[in-house]
Write a protein that binds this ligand. Structure first.
Ligand code: GLU
Length: 255
């Protein structure tokens, strides 16, 4: 199976912005094993800004654009260093691809992205993709990695997109506020009711929230790709999902 896995800042880092070593080690081990089992994987990873914040010892995510971009430049290095170290342990080669919305809107650049991505997969390399935050301001950015990962899944003609998040899936209400909120395990159509469950709110260092995840699901389903939202605290769930077991919320796009 060709699977795009998106991991959010809240899974990769602690609230301090420092690396969550336990999560990252587990994620890389499970992904390496899935690659060993023959799956083609693409990782869309957030965490550049968060890790930059951690490394600089800042107390919160910067609000001004130049500091945010500086934090991303610092954190992206750290992020790739960590992935390279972890995946190398299991003999896997990684490659960095940084994109902006305007790259994807431009026919030539988007074709080049497409060619590189496919060549990397043929070479059995694991592409690690993020927004190019150091140059992407609001006007030219994709804006969040939920959307970016859906674009990548469509571009790569993936079978499945898995969003590893700080929440188990889509709930009937905000589970942080309403203890009666129930997990919705299957979604066959993005109805107005589902869209209304989007709300706002993401984590303090990340960008997306449920709204961007539902938008990503819509994009995947329109392109006949399945999407799963699951808890990033448990990367082992990737085994179950790859084996077709129902975990988190599964959006059905395949026909
Ligand atoms: N590209 C951002 C980063 O790496 C994250 C965007 C997102 O959280 O959706 O820090």
């Amino acid at each position: 199976m060709r699977i795009v896995i998106k991991v959010g800042t809240s899974t990769l880092t602690h609230k301090t912005g420092n690396l969550n070593i336990r999560h990252v080690e587990k994620l890389c081990r499970v992904m390496s094993d899935l690659k060993n089992a023959g799956h083609e994987l693409i990782l869309v990873s957030s965490g550049a800004i968060g890790m930059g914040v951690g490394k600089l010892g800042l107390t919160e995510k910067p609000k001004d654009v130049p500091t945010k971009q500086a934090a991303a430049a610092i954190g992206q290095c750290e992020l790739m260093y960590v992935y390279d170290k972890e995946f190398s342990e299991y003999g896997h080669i990684i490659a960095q691809i940084l994109l902006t919305g305007s790259d994807l809107d431009n026919e030539t650049r988007s074709q080049n992205f497409h060619n590189t991505l496919n060549r990397l997969l043929e070479l059995n390399v694991l592409p690690v993709i993020n927004e190019n935050d150091t140059i992407a301001t609001d006007e030219i950015s994709v804006g969040d990695n939920d959307t970016l990962s859906a674009i990548v899944a469509v571009e790569a003609k993936a079978d499945l997109l898995i969003l590893l998040s700080d929440i188990k899936g889509l709930y009937t209400d905000d589970p942080h506020k309403n203890t009666d909120a129930k997990l919705i395990d299957k979604v066959y159509e993005i109805t107005e009711e589902i869209e209304a469950l989007g709300g706002g709110a993401g984590s303090s260092l990340g960008t997306g929230g449920m709204q961007t995840k539902i938008k990503a699901a819509k994009m995947c389903m329109e392109n006949h790709i399945d999407m799963v939202i699951t808890d990033g605290n448990d990367p082992e769930a990737l085994y179950d999902i790859a084996d077709g077991r129902l975990i988190g919320t599964h959006f059905y796009g395949k026909r």
